[in-house]
Each structure stands twice: as C-alpha cells, then as structure tokens.
Design a protein around this ligand. Structure first.
Ligand code: PMP
Length: 383
C-alpha cells in the first residue's frame, strides 16, 4: 500500500518538508527532551523491568539494598563530574528536587527563630516563591528579593533562608549567596551544575546542596532528586518531612534512577549533552549578534575541571532582552513572530526580558532559530 507519512505537528506536504506557516516555536518549558536521542542510542543498558511481585513492601528503612546502591552511585557520580563534595554529607532522596526545596525550608527553619524570611536574589526560579507561599507555616514566610534585605553596604542579616540556584534559572550565571550572618542559612539548588550547562570550576562544598535527575539525564518524569546535607539535625528534619509527606521515596523510581545512573558512568552523556548545548548556544548567538534589537546574556569562558579545559557557555536557557524603548513587553514582540518564551516578570524581573528554553527537542530548537532568523532579518540595519 501507500506509505503513510506521519509528519511532525509543524510540517506538512507529501514528504513532510513544508513548514506550516502558523506553527509556533515553543521555547517555553524546561522539559529536557534534548537528551532523548542519547537514551534511544543507549536504550539496552538503561532498561528496567520489574516483575509484579517485586519490591512490594513499604520498606521504611533507608537501608534497603537499592537505596544503598543508589547512594553509592550518586557519590561516584559527583566524584566523576567533580561538581560536589560528598564526604561528610548525608543524602536525602525526594520526588524530584521540587519536593526537597520545601523539605529544606522546613528542616532549616525548625531550628531557627521564627518567623524566618525566605528569599532569593532576582531574577529567580518562580517555584521558590510559589512553594514557600503555598506551604506557608508559622515559622517561615517568603520575603522576595534577597538584595532588598542588604543593609546599606553590609550583607549581614538575621533569620533568613536564601535560595541560590547556580547556574541560575533563568540567566545561566554561576552565583553565590548575597546574604551572610550567623543565622543565615542557604539552600544551594544545583539543578544545572553539570558539565552540560556550565564549566565546573570547583566541587561545590556547601552545607545543603540539591540536585536532580531531571536536568542531568533528562528523566524529569521519574521525579527523582537528592540533597547532600552536612548537618545531622537538618538531615533528620528533612527525612522526617519526607516520611510525613509520602512515607519515603518510591522504590520503583529509585530502581530506575539506579539503572540510569549506572548507564552514565561511561561519561558519554556529558560529551553528548555539552556538544548539543554548546552547538545550540553558538547558533543562537550568531543569529542574535546580527540584531540591534535583541541581546542575550554574556557568560564568560571558564576553566572546567571535568573537561580539563577552558570552555565557552552552554546554558539551559537564553535570557533574551528587547533593547528598544518601545519593546517593553518583549514576550509580546516574540509572540507576534510566533515564538513562545517565558516573560521576565515571572522571574520577578522586567518584561523586557524573556527566557527561551534550549532544553527541548532539536525540532523545537530548529524552529526557534528559524522564527528568530525571520524576525531579525526584517530589522533595519541588521547585519
Ligand atoms: N530547580 C531549578 C532551578 C529548576 O529549574 C527546576 C526545574 N525546572 C527544579 C529545581 C525542579 O526540578 P525537578 O523537580 O524536576 O527536580
């Protein structure tokens, strides 16, 4: 019979080569599907099969065989990537790092004088505010931009928990905490502190560090994250949070995480991910550099201890700015050109900025380039 052509949603014609004129470039969510082709090539070693009678127990103890193996593999992973110190740290598992962010706020605030102010320097990942406000408790409240708490030239404040995402979502910059003091605690969100997205200048050595499989291997749907915690009391508080919220982390998820982490010890994934991301960044930079209307963030080249060389930027997101006075609603400018990003105000920044996700599939990215190229080519004076 006739071959059936199943075109990608944006293409038509007999051989699926015609771009449909109304098709919109989706650069909105941070769904990490750019890693899907890697797992298609490495599907054998990463496959998990679980018979119906397996792993049925609640198995409350953290000492189950899978959990111990998983811990060992996580410590090995950090040793290989040189991105975090695991010596003298306890490990807490969570349903994605999302669950651990709030577990950490709870755990830290339980040992502080209330009410604790929870802050992050803007622009910041919107979930810090959303979650802290949604789960608000007597002992803490969300207090917005960390820089507003700075007292003149001093960074010293009291009873504060600061979220620090490094590299930052949305702008990809490596960051340090902006506040300090004896009663200031920091939650370091290292979702993007992998060689895919940034140079690794030194292993992170903070008191509370949170990582996620979502941006490491791309398995966002498995909902697996972990925290490295120095203080025993904080660790116990976090474990208590996880026990009360969900009686421990799914053993099915742990089993899949273990299989996937074992499959990446060959380190090929880091080369694949870095190459994919730097290629995207270079292509995007080239197009934006021809424009007088738009700019993207600058990230300086840095020595990377994983690749053992100086390397350029390969961030997860472009933080695009509309430079013209009249383009104060940058996402509307892009939307008119059939590009969907996330507006700056969501990150408590200006709507002159839009976050464009580079984590999605190659098709999404190619369409983004094409739409951006069309938009910039129309500019007067563009090179
Ligand atoms: N932290 C940051 C900075 C993120 O961008 C994300 C995901 N977009 C997360 C945490 C949460 O990821 P997950 O819950 O999938 O681990």
């Amino acid at each position: 019979g006739k071959p059936v052509c199943e075109c990608n949603a944006c293409y038509g014609g007999p051989d699926c080569s015609q771009l449909l004129p109304n098709c919109v470039a989706d650069a909105d969510s941070g769904d990490p599907l750019f890693l899907e082709p890697f797992w298609m090539k490495n599907s054998g070693r990463s496959t998990v099969v679980i018979p119906g009678w397996h792993r049925m127990s609640y198995d409350y103890s953290d000492n189950s065989y899978i959990s111990q193996e998983l811990e060992k593999n996580i410590r090995r992973l950090h040793a290989i990537t040189k991105n975090a110190v695991t010596d003298g740290r306890y490990i807490v598992f969570g349903a994605g790092s999302t669950q651990l962010l709030n577990a950490a706020v709870y755990a830290l605030s339980m040992n502080m004088s209330s009410p604790v102010k929870v802050v992050a320097e803007k622009p910041f990942y919107p979930v810090y505010r959303e979650q802290t406000e949604f789960f608000k408790a007597k002992q803490f409240e969300f207090h917005g931009d960390a820089s507003l708490l700075r007292n003149g030239t001093s960074n010293t404040v009291e009873n504060v928990i600061e979220f620090v995402a490094s590299p930052n979502n949305p702008d990809g910059n490596l960051k340090k905490a902006v506040l300090e003091g004896p009663s200031v605690k920091t939650i370091h969100d290292y979702a993007y502190y992998w060689p895919h997205y940034t140079a690794i200048p030194a292993p992170a050595d903070e008191d509370l560090m949170i990582f996620t499989m979502s941006k490491l291997t791309g398995h966002a749907g498995s909902r697996f994250g972990w925290a490295l915690v120095k203080d025993k009391q904080v660790y116990e508080n976090m474990i208590q949070y996880i026990q009360i919220a969900e009686m421990g982390t799914s053993k099915d998820t742990q089993l899949r995480a273990l299989q996937i982490l074992k499959a990446i010890h060959g380190q090929k994934i880091f080369h694949f991910a870095y190459k994919t991301m730097i290629d995207k960044w270079e292509k995007l930079s080239e197009i934006v550099s021809r424009s007088n209307r738009f700019t993207i963030q600058e990230i300086p080249p840095l020595f990377c201890n994983f690749f053992e060389e100086v390397r350029g930027p390969s961030p997860a997101y472009a933080w695009l700015k509309c430079e013209r006075e009249e383009d104060s609603n940058c996402s509307a400018v892009l939307r008119a050109a059939k590009i969907i990003g996330r507006e700056g105000s969501l990150f408590e920044s200006d709507d002159r900025y839009v976050r464009l996700s580079l984590l999605r599939s190659q098709d999404d990215f190619d369409l983004l380039l094409r739409r951006l190229n069309d938009l910039i080519s129309k500019e007067k004076g563009a090179q």
